[in-house]
Design a protein around this ligand. Structure first.
Ligand SMILES: Nc1ncnc2c1ncn2[C@@H]1O[C@H](COP(=O)(O)OP(=O)(O)OP(=O)(O)O)[C@@H](O)[C@H]1O
Length: 288
């Protein structure tokens, strides 16, 4: 596919990424054939920060994550991780800096959970990279972090949607990168596991100083777990800031096309949304 960057091979001067890294998306524009998606989007995730990306279906969140992971190449602007331009790095060098949890991925028949999670180590080492001593320990740690080690020898295809989602998170963690991009990590998960996964991500961010950009559809969860929210609309950043400033009736109306109210959790103070009804919106991506 023309949109995929080719692997220029190993980069001898590739320095090891540091323990905490800044992700800088600077003036990035991108479109698919016949479809403009992102228009000069800028967003910085500071080292060790957890930022949630929100917006309507089709507004470009997954596309932005794929650009940030170096899977897609921006038409304008650039994405850097601690100053290294993701579009110029080899696949291997990119995979050592940034792990991307995809929205969904087909299960390879017969592949066990351990085998799939171990692929995170290969991703970090490149297609010809040999697994090294310690890679199995990282694989086991990733499975344990997410609570899937009991299923290590089960075929992935035999797991439920929610169980697979957690295994995919373990796969991303097995890459052991300073930057983690999560595309709707709570999809398919029940209430308990949604909380567990986001608490885990918040804990790893604090303990390992991971830099996290996460796409979430649930504004309540986004407001509760993220330090900052970034809302996309019409290919641009429409709002950005701490949850209590960003989650407002204006955001519901202008970004999500919904009339509603925003309150506060009486004990914790988190913003809580009370959507009432769809509002008419002038957006071809939206529901009318
Ligand atoms: N490979 C592709 N080729 C052509 N168009 C695409 C491709 N991938 C996505 N698009 C289009 O680009 C736009 C942005 O898609 P993207 O997946 O980034 O949105 P999103 O905000 O992640 O949506 P959702 O919330 O539904 O997951 C959509 O209109 C989509 O139809």
């Amino acid at each position: 596919m023309s949109e995929l960057i080719s692997d220029p091979g190993s980069v001898p001067t590739d320095p090891a990424p540091g323990p905490a890294a800044a992700l800088d998306i600077d003036g990035v524009s991108f479109g698919y054939p016949g479809r403009r998606v992102l228009d000069r989007v800028s967003l910085r995730v500071r080292p060790g920060e957890l930022v949630a990306l929100v917006g309507l279906n089709g507004c470009g969140k997954s596309t932005l994550l794929r650009l940030a992971a170096g899977v897609l190449r921006p038409e304008a602007g650039r994405v850097t991780v601690d100053g290294a331009d993701m579009a110029r790095l080899s696949r291997r060098a990119a995979a050592r800096r940034v792990a991307l949890l995809h929205q969904s991925a087909p299960a390879v028949p017969g592949l066990t959970v351990r085998q799939l999670v171990r692929q995170g180590r290969y991703a970090a080492r490149g297609p010809l990279g040999m697994l090294r001593v310690g890679d199995d320990a990282v694989t086991v740690r990733a499975m344990r972090d997410v609570g899937v080690e009991a299923w290590a020898d089960r075929p992935v295809e035999a797991l439920s949607g929610g169980e697979r989602q957690r295994v995919r998170l373990a796969l991303a963690l097995a890459q052991d990168t300073p930057v983690l991009l999560l595309d709707e990590p709570t999809t398919y998960l029940d209430l308990r596991h949604q909380l567990e996964v986001l608490r885990l991500v918040a804990r790893l961010r604090a303990e390992r100083r991971l830099t996290v950009l996460v796409v979430l559809h649930d504004l309540g969860l986004a407001a509760r777990f993220a330090e900052r929210l970034v809302a996309l609309r019409d290919g641009r950043v429409a709002a950005e800031g701490p949850p209590e400033q960003v989650v407002t009736p204006g955001l519901l109306r202008e970004v999500f096309g919904v009339e509603g109210r925003v309150g506060r959790d009486p004990e914790r103070g988190w913003p809580v949304c009370y959507p009432d009804r769809p509002a008419p919106i002038e957006n071809e991506n939206g529901f009318h």
